[in-house]
Design a protein around this ligand. Structure first.
Ligand code: UDX
Length: 438
């Protein structure tokens, strides 16, 4: 099927490339001319394992092309995925400007096409961006304002984890499609036919809600285990043992029970805040979600509190921070706990040197120039008073800790991701503080 995907961020590019890989003919559209020029050459603007291989392969097979305007391709395609950003506004609401811009362009272009030709093919507009419940209706209204022909707006939320997005697309736990149109359902079935995984068809509003509810549930799990971790420290338990013991219960499951300095990224913080807003606009007080958000922001302060317990005042203390990305396997620093912690540290007068295997460049763009970013982990650690591990990159666990002990002024490690084997690290003579590990 010929399909257009609007937006070449993480979601749009992965969706476009993977749909091309399973046999569809895709045009990815973005208004950023530079980005499109680079993508045409197979240059991917993000670090996403496996994506560049897929993109290069499908470009070569003429299954994936790029364009700077939806107008150029709309008449050719049967379906249009909207995968543009919905950043959080200051008041926490999702900013739908970009989604509505695409809707307007679709409406105007279809109307112009229809006046040129007698007949216009049926189109399905698929919303992949995370949007409040009711947005599909609004998108329908915007298109219908301009275009009087037949079309359907479908909700099809994404559940892609950064760092694993290609795999998540190809082998999803489920594909959720919200539509009440039989015609649109048939087209969606055809689009996803080559992708294995349970297909769930719902009403549009339910589909829009599934995305928020899923992310809110996962963040609830994380904030819950972080609260348990804090309690573990007070009662002398180890949260790693506790979460392992809990996770073996199939009803609970072991995933998303890693205690740490809290969740970040482009989705979780934004989506939980937006869901809380949605509840608020309906006059519903979502107490549990508010607590989840509060626990998450409190958790980031843990590192500062621990360091202050050890050093008293942090003014002019040199702190090495390993990890800048919001999690491992990505170069993304959006809403990263590490960045917040670095800002808090410099805010109380500490001097920070930091290192990340993939996110150094992105971090440099948003961090104050006073923060020194190094190309080598040992360089960041050298002459520091303490080491903080802020991102769960597995390679940090394999560093040479004998060497690190000689490089640090004091052998102090705050392990914000419980990445290290505390027994071994303590045996090497470090003062080790994990999260919830009495
Ligand atoms: C998330 C969702 O998982 C995905 O389905 C959705 O569509 C987009 O948002 P992503 O943002 O890529 O994906 O990251 P994810 O792997 O879910 O981790 C999010 C954050 O939670 C990270 O900061 C991570 O460090 C943190 N986390 C995760 C924990 O603190 N503990 C855990 O046990 C798991």
């Amino acid at each position: 099927m010929k399909i257009a995907v609007v937006g070449t961020g993480y979601v749009g590019l992965v969706t476009g490339a993977c749909l091309a890989k399973v046999g569809h003919t895709i045009t990815c559209v973005d208004i950023d001319k530079n980005k499109i020029a680079r993508l045409k050459k197979g240059i991917i603007p993000i670090y996403e394992p496996g994506l560049d291989k897929v993109v290069k392969e499908v470009i070569k097979k003429n299954k994936l092309s790029f364009d700077i305007s939806l107008k150029n391709v709309l008449s050719e395609v049967q379906a249009v995925f909207i995968a543009v950003g919905t950043p959080a506004r200051k008041d926490g609401k999702a900013d739908l400007k970009y989604v509505f811009d695409v809707a307007k362009e679709v409406g105007e272009t279809l109307a112009a096409e229809a006046s040129r030709r007698r007949r216009q093919d049926y189109k399905v507009i698929i919303n992949k961006s995370t949007v409040p419940v009711g947005t599909a209706k609004e998108v329908t209204n915007i298109i219908a304002k301009y275009y009087k022909g037949e079309f359907a707006v479908v909700s099809n939320p994404e559940f892609l984890k950064e760092g694993y997005a290609v795999d998540d697309f190809m082998k999803p736990d489920r594909i959720v499609v919200g539509t009440s149109s039989k015609k649109a359902k048939k087209i969606m079935q055809e689009i996803y036919k080559p992708v294995k995984g349970k297909k769930v068809f719902t009403e549009v509003q339910s589909s829009e809600m599934i995305k928020y509810a899923s992310n809110a549930f996962l963040t609830t799990k994380i904030s819950f285990i972080n609260e348990i971790a804090n309690l573990c420290e007070l009662v002398g338990a180890d949260v790693k043992e506790v979460s392992f013991g809990m996770g073996l219960d199939k009803r609970i499951g072991k995933s998303f029970l890693n205690a740490g300095i809290g969740y970040g990224g482009s989705c979780f913080p934004k989506d939980t805040t937006a869901l809380n807003q949605i509840a608020g606009t309906k006059g519903y007080d979502f107490k549990l979600l508010k607590a989840v958000i509060e626990v998450n922001s409190k958790q980031r302060k843990y590192v500062i509190d621990k360091l202050e317990q050890v050093f008293g005042n942090l003014k002019n203390k040199r702190i090495a921070v390993l990890g800048l990305a919001f999690k491992n396997n990505t170069d993304d620093v959006r809403e990263s706990a590490s960045i917040d912690i670095i800002r808090m540290l410099t805010g109380v007068g500490a001097r920070v040197k930091a290192y990340d295997p993939k996110a150094n460049d992105n971090a440099k763009e948003i961090l104050n120039s006073g923060v020194k970013i190094t190309n080598d982990p040992y360089e960041a650690i050298k002459n520091s008073d303490a080491l903080v591990i802020a991102t769960e990159w597995p390679e940090f666990a394999n560093l040479d800790f004998d060497k690190i002990k000689t490089l640090l002024k004091k052998p102090i490690i705050i392990d914000g991701r419980n990445l290290l084997n505390s027994v071994i690290i303590k045996k090497l003579g470090f003062q080790y503080y994990g999260i919830g590990r009495a």
